[in-house]
Design a protein around this ligand. Structure first.
Ligand code: ZN
Length: 169
């Protein structure tokens, strides 16, 4: 089931999500909804807080649904290693229409669990490293605009403030 994605300004996007402790059929159903919602958007990653669910779950599919079997779910992710640095354009389903060049680690190793609670470890570089860092940031209430500095950050914040005052008007 496709669920609505929360947009910038929703308090749920700024909360720290809690670890998953129960690997129930409800969790599998939630992960399936997350993947469907990510594909429907379409996007290459989604975190549970973006659906208003304060749990440490992310889904990633670099093909955005084009290649079956490429989507995966990572529960309770923990960094094992982050190294290097890459600068690429990035956007977020919770900040539609905005993008910016964000510094991210070039290579990452992350450990976590699948929807059944089995341990998994994922090694990623380039786009996968970026997507994992972006989605795991969501679990701590961090958005890509928080990773910007200087003029780029000021411009994006001004655009967002203008949008929010329009929505209130
Ligand atoms: Zn995002």
């Amino acid at each position: 089931m496709i669920r609505p994605i929360l947009h910038y300004g929703a308090p749920e996007l700024r909360q720290k999500a809690a670890p998953v402790t129960d690997f129930t059929p409800d969790l599998s159903a939630l992960a399936a909804d997350m993947i469907e919602t990510m594909h429907g958007a379409p996007g290459i990653g989604l975190a549970a807080p973006q659906l208003g669910v304060p749990l440490r779950i992310v889904v990633v599919d670099l093909s955005a649904g084009a290649r079956p079997g490429e989507a995966f779910t990572l529960v309770n992710p923990e960094w094992v290693r982050r190294e290097g640095m890459q600068l690429e354009e990035e956007s977020c389903l919770s900040l539609p229409g905005l993008s910016a060049t964000v510094a991210r680690p070039a290579r990452v190793v992350v450990r976590g669990q699948d929807v059944e609670g089995r341990s998994i470890e994922i090694t990623g570089d380039d786009l996968l490293a970026r997507a994992l860092q972006h989605e795991i940031d969501h679990l701590d209430g961090v958005l890509f605009i928080d990773r910007l500095r200087g003029i780029q950050r000021r411009l994006l914040l001004r655009t967002l403030a203008r949008r929010q005052s329009r929505e209130r008007a």
